[in-house]
Design a protein around this ligand. Structure first.
Ligand SMILES: NC(=O)c1ccc[n+]([C@@H]2O[C@H](COP(=O)([O-])OP(=O)(O)OC[C@H]3O[C@@H](n4cnc5c(N)ncnc54)[C@H](OP(=O)(O)O)[C@@H]3O)[C@@H](O)[C@H]2O)c1
Length: 323
């Protein structure tokens, strides 16, 4: 493929960050925006604007579509994109239910299309360092993480508004938003746990923060996520021979510290300001290589992450439309 021509769906903050990343990466160009409002669509400054996804998908001048709409709409929008024969970049959290995730993956494979969950830490070097360094710390016994970031949208919630990011009708809440990064990292490093518990702080039926406990055969992993407090963010993995610490939040894994009896080192090969470029480069390189095996393998991690959130919600009684 010469230059991958990208359409984007949604006009929120993350779309603007994605467009900046696409601009910096060779081999891909954003050509069209899809918004419910022509004005907001035009605001993104791309060549073409659509107010209907159906219309955008008829455009032969678009090869791939990036979807950044509220969580509960991910599945239906991605299904439309894949069914139309276009490649798809789908924002995190991929889907709110496992059967929906499996269906999207099945369609992508059947049609030989590239489908990816966009979640920046998954495509950077630091997560691979972390994964490889697990062998240095011996038998893992404890995992503890915290990702707490006071959200301006929490203030809106307290004032009686209902931003999408919190709205259960759109698959919102702390687990699906901020704690999803911790969920994803657990899934990436350890796969599916044996049991999943979620103890949320609820406000008007919305989990604004909470603690997720994952029991693996040999260790327990506790993961706090909050949109109603701020904290020091970290992801700690303690083994019998040492420990690993992600310094700061798991939305990017900015730096990893390894401490064993014999050595101590810090690792970082990422540039925080370019945090989304890795996933865009991965998308371009994978499409050009015609070998989607690694991307499809990563969708297995995504499936485990979706499975964890679905179990956690069920345990806590957090229901979304369609559950
Ligand atoms: N990867 C990351 O690090 C990261 C970071 C932040 C967010 N995200 C994810 O990206 C997605 C969007 O987040 P955001 O913060 O950009 O959200 P947002 O600011 O609330 O924007 C949501 C966008 O969805 C579009 N949309 C389309 N159909 C909609 C509908 N029926 N109802 C409401 N909105 C609709 C809206 O665009 P129009 O109004 O123009 O149609 C709106 O711009 C979420 O799934 C979130 O989890 C990922």
């Amino acid at each position: 493929m010469d230059i991958i021509r990208l359409g984007v769906v949604g006009t929120g903050i993350i779309v603007k960050a994605m467009l900046a990343a696409v601009e910096r990466v060779d081999g891909i160009k954003a050509v069209a925006a899809c918004s419910r409002s022509e004005e907001r669509g035009r605001g993104l400054g791309l060549e073409k604007v659509y107010t209907s996804l159906e219309e955008m998908l008829k455009d032969d001048g678009i090869d791939a579509v990036y979807i950044a709409v509220p969580n509960l709409l991910h599945y239906s929008r991605a299904k439309q994109v894949l069914t139309s024969g276009k490649h798809c970049l789908l924002e995190k959290p991929f889907c709110v239910r496992l059967d929906e995730a499996e269906e999207l993956i099945r369609i992508a494979k059947e049609k030989n299309l590239l489908l990816m969950e966009t979640i920046p830490p998954a495509y950077g070097p630091n997560i691979r360092y972390l994964n490889n360094a697990l062998s240095e710390i011996g038998r893992i016994r404890l995992v503890m993480s915290n990702f707490s970031q006071y959200s301006s949208r929490y203030d809106l919630l307290k004032k009686g508004e209902l931003p999408y990011i919190f709205d259960p009708n759109y698959g919102g809440g702390s687990l699906m938003d901020i704690n999803y990064y911790n969920v994803y990292l657990n899934a990436f490093l350890f796969g599916r746990p044996e049991t999943v518990l979620y103890h949320p702080n609820m406000m008007n039926g919305i989990d604004t923060s909470g603690v997720l406990t994952l029991r693996y055969p040999d260790f327990v992993s506790t993961n706090a996520g909050a949109k109603d407090t701020s904290g020091e963010n970290y992801f700690f993995i303690e083994g019998e021979q040492g420990y690993l610490k992600v310094i700061d939040g798991t939305d990017s894994i900015p730096e990893v510290k390894l401490v064993t009896k014999n050595r101590e080192e810090r690792f970082n090969r990422q540039n925080e300001e370019l945090r989304m470029d890795g996933e865009v480069s991965f998308f371009v390189n994978t499409l050009n290589s015609n070998d989607y095996s690694e991307a499809y393998r990563m969708l297995e991690v995504t499936k485990d992450a979706v499975w964890i959130t679905q179990k956690a919600r069920k345990y806590a009684g957090i229901l979304f439309p369609g559950d």
